[in-house]
Design a protein. Structure first.
Length: 172
């Protein structure tokens, strides 16, 4: 078995949060263990969006029947409860890994610190129940769509002023 620095085992809390106004937001995952430990994992928006998509794919592979449909706009994210206790670990995510433990019927999340060795053992590992995993996916989708609107041609976030769009050859 790998030497995981922080093994949270089965978590009681796993939430995504966006802090700040659209265009100036920072993103994090808050992980709480059954022992009462808390971890704060800072994540880029693109990583967060990719995590939500990967969760959806994994839920589908495992046979989730109530997976959110991509053509339905998810509800706005609910407020995340504040982090009450000082986290025992806080780091910026460099690499994430997902999996499924068949015997325990739990999903696996492994996170590597951006400053650590991506080939080495993960910095944090936790197991997640299916309902928690689905809720996290829905929460991530709500956070992503609540950001700045995107240009339909190039996909870049739209600023408040004029927008340079490469596919339109620079025309507004």
């Amino acid at each position: 078995m790998e030497d995981v620095r922080y093994d949270f085992e089965t978590v009681t809390r796993l939430e995504a949060e966006a802090i700040g106004r659209p265009g100036q937001r920072t993103f994090r995952l808050i992980v709480g263990s059954e022992r009462g430990d808390t971890a704060v994992l800072w994540i880029e928006k693109e990583q967060l969006q990719a995590l939500g998509e990967a969760i959806d794919r994994l839920l589908a592979q495992v046979g989730s029947r109530q997976m959110r449909r991509l053509d339905i706009t998810p509800p706005p994210p609910k407020p995340v409860a504040p982090v009450m206790d000082a986290p025992i670990v806080e780091f910026k995510i460099g690499q994430l890994g997902l999996g499924y433990e068949i015997e325990q019927r739990l999903f696996l999340l492994q996170a590597h610190d951006i400053e650590g060795d991506p080939e080495g053992p993960p910095t944090l590992r936790c197991f997640i129940k299916q309902a928690q995993f689905r809720r996290l996916s829905e929460q991530i989708a709500g956070i992503v769509v609540s950001g700045r609107p995107r240009c339909p041609m190039c996909g870049n976030p739209l600023p408040n002023g004029p927008h340079f769009c490469p596919p339109s050859n620079g025309h507004l």
